[in-house]
Each structure stands twice: as C-alpha cells, then as structure tokens.
Design a protein around this ligand. Structure first.
Ligand SMILES: *Cc1c(COP(=O)(O)O)cnc(C)c1O
Length: 438
C-alpha cells in the first residue's frame, strides 16, 4: 500500500450520478414562488431552466445515468487522480493518512465543468440556443463557456464588476472559449440599471449578477439560465467526484473517517460527500463530514436556516437554506467562489440534521496552510480550496496529539494559477483578515 496516486482507468469511470433526494432523512422543503409564496410548479421554472434539468431537480431516482455525450467530454480529464499527501503528513508529523481528490486537472482548473458540461448537454437536447449565467472571480463562467462551446451554444456571462476589473485573466479564458462577458451591474438589464441608479460605482455582487443573468434569459428567445452551485441537479452532477473517490479508496482498502470540502454554494463538498453519505444514512459506515467556510461569509455557522431568495432582485424562487440574507454583500476576500449568501438546500438539511459539521477560518490562516501544501505536495491550490486544506491540517494536527491514525479525505477543488495575486499579498504580509459584517 505505498502508491501515491490511486488512479482509475477510463473504463472504470462511474457511469451514474448519485441522487441523494430519496435517501435524505426527511424531504427537502419545496422551493416557493417569489410572488405567490406557494410551492413552485415545474411550469413556473420553464422560462428559466430546460425540462430535463427541472425534472432532475426533483427526481426520485437514486441513480441517474450519465449520458454518453457527457461521459465522452468527462474523459478529456476524468477520472481525476486521488493522491496520498505523504509529504504533508510527514511535515505535520501526523499518523493520519491524508488523501485528496484533485479536480484541478480539468481544462478550466476546477470541479465546475462536471456540471457545466451536463447542463450544456441537457439544454442543447431540449432546444436551448443560448445560456446566460453570472460569475464571481470567473471559475464558473469559464467552465460554462467551455461547455457551451463543446455543444454549440452561445454563452453570455455577467461577471461581478470588481473581478472583471481586477482579475482579467478569467475573462480572457471565457472569451477564448467563445463567451460574451459583461461587467455586472450592467445597463443591459433593468436589475442592473436599478442598482447603477442608486450607486453608479457599484462593485457588484453575485446576487446582482444572478438577477441580471435570469432577467436576460427570460426576456430573450431560446435563452435559458444556468447556475453553477446550490441547486440539487448541480450537486447531483458533482457526485462523479465522490463516486470515483469511493472506487479509488476501495482499491487500497481504505474508508474515510473525515471528509472535508470548502463550501461556497456547496457543490464541490456535496460532490465528494454525498456518495459516502449514502453509506452513513444506511447505517453501514460512520465518518465526520466537515464543510469549511470563510469567516467573512459563513452561511452555515452564522446564517439562519430559513426561506430566502437566491438573488438581490428577489426574482428567484425562495429556497429553504442556511443564509446570511439575500442582501448580504460579503467583504472582498480572495476566495471569490465562497462569497455567496446562501447554501445548497441539501447541505443545509444535512447540517441541520447534525449529519455534517462546519468550521470557519480567516484568510491568513487559510493561505498559511495553502503555502505549506504547496511547499510539501507541490500543487498551488485555489484560495477556495485552501479553506479545505486549512481544516485538514488542523484535523491532522489533532491526530498527531492523540496518536489516532485517521483517514482524512478532502476535495482539492481547483488550482490557484489565476489567483497568484492573492498569494503575493499573503507572502508580502498585506492580506487583511476580514470579519463577517452584517
Ligand atoms: C466555485 C468554487 C468553489 C466553491 O463553490 P462550491 O459550489 O461550494 O463548490 C470552491 N472551489 C473552487 C476551486 C471553485 O472554483
């Protein structure tokens, strides 16, 4: 058992996604219509999403076949490696065995193409010609731009203005894959114009950009909207990560005692966690699931579990979720992908039911762990991913104190090559630690 990288061949790649909905300890509360406050009907969502994805959002089937065309694209970078972090273990002098699933090998550099490709496929199949979306730092926008290009769809991205101006490289990536990118708030939508009227120098937020992208989709023929996290079908598509990790750990006779992931909307954590959670819910296995948040935007630890809108303009259905409030604009931390006010309803329910726990860390502690990871394992991880690394380091240190040889699995959700400005700030001691302000 001394491999470093536990690999699956293309032929061993799972061909189904796991849908946790029928296995949850209680059913999810239904999304509510923003005007009537009645549970939304499938036809209410039809202007926004294609029929196939509306169906998946509430599917009662435990396993859903991954379409062949999606598998073909997954095979450009999947199965992804599972790596034993031996050099990190050694640096921490811990008896814990640390494994990470490396999603940074995708063309866009994160886990996000796992759902982008699936969403583009189902939209194409259902007759959509153009997708709109929002993006913060650009990880989601670039994943969707690539997926749309593969399926011959047009792609329009509303990018939070502060990132559009400060982080041009992901915009270039989106444009390279053929997308049109606009800084948000923009004058293209009523939602954007309303914000600009009140605050002409608005830096934007994910909530504002979502409002713009949805308005654009519902007012333009043959256009639909696409969301990169939070929703049930997004977590469903991401379960390819955990299904692969399970097979990889099985190969070497391991099972995790602790599963760690950073959480923005909850999709990469859900992706690695849910296939294992199936065993826990069946009473076959037990482990701790740890969702890691920034202190600056901590919707599980500091938010409330209640119905809330997904966007600032209150256009989206209300979801029962852990939320800091739809008007909350988080401080500008570098982990842009973790700056969302809400949390996936599935992750919120598991947290509320005591089946997973949450931890929150400040940026400087997070980057310290990421630099340790880079200096031991080599990979420079995304600032979002660095939150997971920090929690793993803490758990491994605890094992060093107690002498317990726990198996820790974490999702290494992406690389940090387009976030080197953040590393630069950290290394030169200029990174502020920002608190949650509400
Ligand atoms: C977007 C992103 C996240 C956060 O989103 P989730 O839906 O919570 O996974 C985490 N890591 C990376 C690298 C991202 O791009």
């Amino acid at each position: 058992m001394n491999e470093n990288r536990i690999l699956l061949s293309e032929r061993e790649m799972p061909t189904v996604w796991y849908n946790i909905l029928p296995d949850l300890p209680r059913p999810l509360d239904p999304p509510l219509h923003p005007l009537t406050m009645e549970p939304v009907k499938p036809e209410d969502l039809a202007p926004v999403f294609p029929p196939s994805l509306i169906e998946q959002e509430v599917s009662p089937s435990r396993f859903i076949d991954i379409p062949g065309e999606v598998l073909d694209i997954y095979r450009l970078w999947r199965p992804t490696p599972l790596v034993r972090a031996r050099r990190l273990e050694k640096a921490l002098n811990t008896p814990a065995r640390i494994y990470y699933k490396y999603e940074g090998v995708s063309p866009a550099g994160s886990h996000k193409p796992n759902t982008a490709v699936a969403q583009a496929y189902y939209n194409k199949k259902d007759g959509t010609k153009r997708l709109t979306t929002e993006t913060g730092a650009g990880q989601w926008g670039s994943a969707l731009a690539m997926a749309c290009q593969f399926f011959g769809l047009e792609c329009t991205v509303y990018m939070v203005r502060v990132s559009y101006e400060q982080k041009p490289y992901r915009r270039v990536l989106m444009e390279t894959w053929g997308a049109k990118v606009y800084p948000s708030p923009s004058t293209r939508t009523k939602a954007g114009r309303d914000i600009l009227e009140k605050d002409p120098s608005s830096l934007g937020s994910l909530g504002i950009a979502i409002s713009e992208a949805i308005e654009d989709a519902v007012t333009t023929p043959h256009s639909k909207y696409s969301l990169g996290s939070v929703l049930n079908h997004v977590l469903l598509h991401q379960t390819i990560i955990g299904e692969e990790a399970k097979l990889q750990l099985e190969k070497i006779g391991e099972y995790p005692d602790i599963i760690v992931g950073c959480v923005g909307g909850g999709s990469n954590f859900g992706g690695i966690l849910l296939p294992f959670m199936r065993d826990k819910l069946e009473g076959k296995k037990n482990f701790r699931g740890i969702a890691v948040e920034p202190v600056a935007c901590s919707s599980l630890l500091r938010g409330r579990y209640e119905y809330d809108y997904g966007d600032v303009a209150k256009n989206t259905p209300l979801l029962k979720m852990h939320t800091l409030g739809h008007e909350f604009i988080p401080p500008a931390i570098h982990a842009g992908g973790l700056r969302y006010h809400g949390m996936a309803p599935i992750i919120s329910l598991l947290y509320d039911a005591g089946l997973i726990e949450a931890q929150a860390y400040h940026q400087n502690a997070v980057f310290e762990a990421a630099v340790l990871f880079a200096r031991t394992e080599g990979f420079v991880v995304a600032p979002e991913t660095a939150h997971a690394v920090k929690a793993v380091v803490e758990e491994a240190k605890r094992c060093a104190e107690t002498g317990e040889a726990k198996v820790i699995l974490f999702n290494c959700s992406g690389h940090g090559f387009l976030d080197l400005g953040a590393y630069d700030q950290y290394l030169s001691g200029k990174l502020p630690d920002v608190n949650h302000e509400k």
